[in-house]
Design a protein around this ligand. Structure first.
Ligand code: ADP
Ligand code: MG
Length: 385
């Protein structure tokens, strides 16, 4: 697959699809991680004398009033600050004003185009990968670089559509994510352990199916554990059970009886440590102390660990202990750990493990689909040698 480095960018109009989908409250960016992560590719294009055109989506645009809170203008300001240079902004996602701004670009100029999803107000053109829009955007540039890892699993005009009409490649962020995940999966060291948590079993079925026979053990925490425990016959009463997937859980437990490790105790709403047989009386919001110990024992010789899903409701300090203890154990024992999933990555960052693991993947859905073994739409269309 081609990367940005395979092209001569000198004096070329290079369209870079970024992921500037950052949280914004009252016009203020509350977390600029995604902007910072886009800098290496943008800087490389500038250093190589490209005329840089940046595209990104931000939030969802369903009606006219959604535009106001989802403008990329705050991103333009932040990006200018981070790069230490002026970034030109187009308020329009198509038309003469945008065309003229592109024509006026000089090498090393950067033009940020307004939220690509503004085009969704016109028959969802962006999100349905409308061909006319894809061709139009492609006509603005000479080369297309996809560096938006978080949307690689979606086929939109601004990531898949344009790539059909231009020589294309991936940027450094996408390349790094793929290399990290590929190397991890290729390594074939054991014990290889999958830790899953979070809320819904339905979100994770394909991942379990794809990885259960590759990994040596599957440790299950979070609210997901209740469906598995229920499938084993425990009375879980008011705890979240995904009824539609009880059969799936039963089957997988039957097929891999010694590979799946479930919690043996929990933390209830009041913060008390409760045993399994109290699940019919209490709501459990984190794994308990014995479970932490059990999981640590299972991890003691681990060579590789994938985590998707926190062990408890980590957003509340009272219920983050299980997740935190496991992260600490993995970090202190130097175990190669790959974290995937939007909330799981957030939990690692919030709990103080930002740069402490082998890799914390930035793309929630994209990483999960990649780990599930699905081809990523955004990659399928990138030029090959
Ligand atoms: P990811 O986005 O990484 O794939 P999920 O969305 O599957 O992860 O799960 C994250 C959510 O699961 C968090 O919001 C967390 O609060 C919730 N969660 C984990 N354990 C519990 C629990 N015991 N009860 C309620 N919610 C839980
Ligand atoms: Mg989530």
């Amino acid at each position: 697959m081609k990367t940005i480095k395979d092209y001569d960018l000198n004096n070329k109009k290079v369209i870079i699809r970024c992921d500037f989908n950052v949280p914004i409250q009252n016009g203020v960016i509350t977390d600029d991680t995604r902007i910072k992560e886009s800098l290496p590719t943008i800087k490389y294009a500038v250093d190589n004398n490209a005329k840089v055109i940046l595209l990104s989506h931000l939030g969802r645009i369903k009606e006219e009033k959604d535009k106001q809170n989802n403008s990329l203008l705050p991103v333009k300001e932040r990006l200018s600050q981070l790069l230490g240079m002026e970034v030109i902004f187009s308020k329009y996602t198509h038309g003469d004003t945008l065309n003229n701004l592109v024509l006026a670009l000089k090498p090393k100029d950067i033009l940020l185009v307004e939220n690509t999803r503004y085009e969704d107000l016109d028959n969802k053109k962006e999100s349905t990968c409308n061909d006319e829009l894809s061709k139009y955007w492609a006509s603005l540039g000479d080369i297309f670089i996809n560096d938006a890892y978080g949307t690689l699993h979606r086929a939109h005009a601004s990531n898949v559509g344009i790539a059909k009409y231009l020589p294309s490649g991936i940027g450094f962020l996408v390349e790094n994510e793929l290399t990290k995940i590929n190397d991890f999966l290729k390594e074939d060291t054991h014990p290889y352990i999958l830790i899953m948590g979070g809320k819904k079993v339905s979100d994770k079925i394909t991942l379990i199916e794809n990885l259960i026979n590759k990994c040596d053990k599957l440790l299950i925490g979070g609210a997901m554990a209740f469906t598995f425990l229920n499938a084993l016959g425990y009375d879980t009463k008011d705890n979240i059970v995904d009824k539609e997937n009880l059969t799936f859980c039963k089957n997988i437990l039957n097929k891999y009886p010694s590979n799946i490790i479930l919690p043996v105790d929990f933390i209830n709403e009041k913060g008390e440590n409760i045993p399994l047989n109290r699940l019919n009386k209490d709501i459990a919001l984190d794994i308990g102390a014995s479970t932490v110990e059990l999981f640590q024992k299972e991890l003691s010789n681990a060579k590789r660990v994938i985590i998707n899903g926190p062990m408890g409701m980590f957003e509340d300090k009272r219920y983050q202990n299980g997740t935190k203890k496991l992260y600490t154990y993995l970090y202190e024992n130097n175990i190669k750990t790959l974290i995937g999933g939007g909330d799981t990555a957030a939990s690692a960052n919030i709990l103080g493990f930002k740069d402490k693991f082998y890799h914390i993947s930035t793309g929630g859905g994209a990483t999960l689909e990649y780990l599930e073994g699905k081809p990523l739409e955004g990659l399928n269309v990138i030029s090959h040698e």
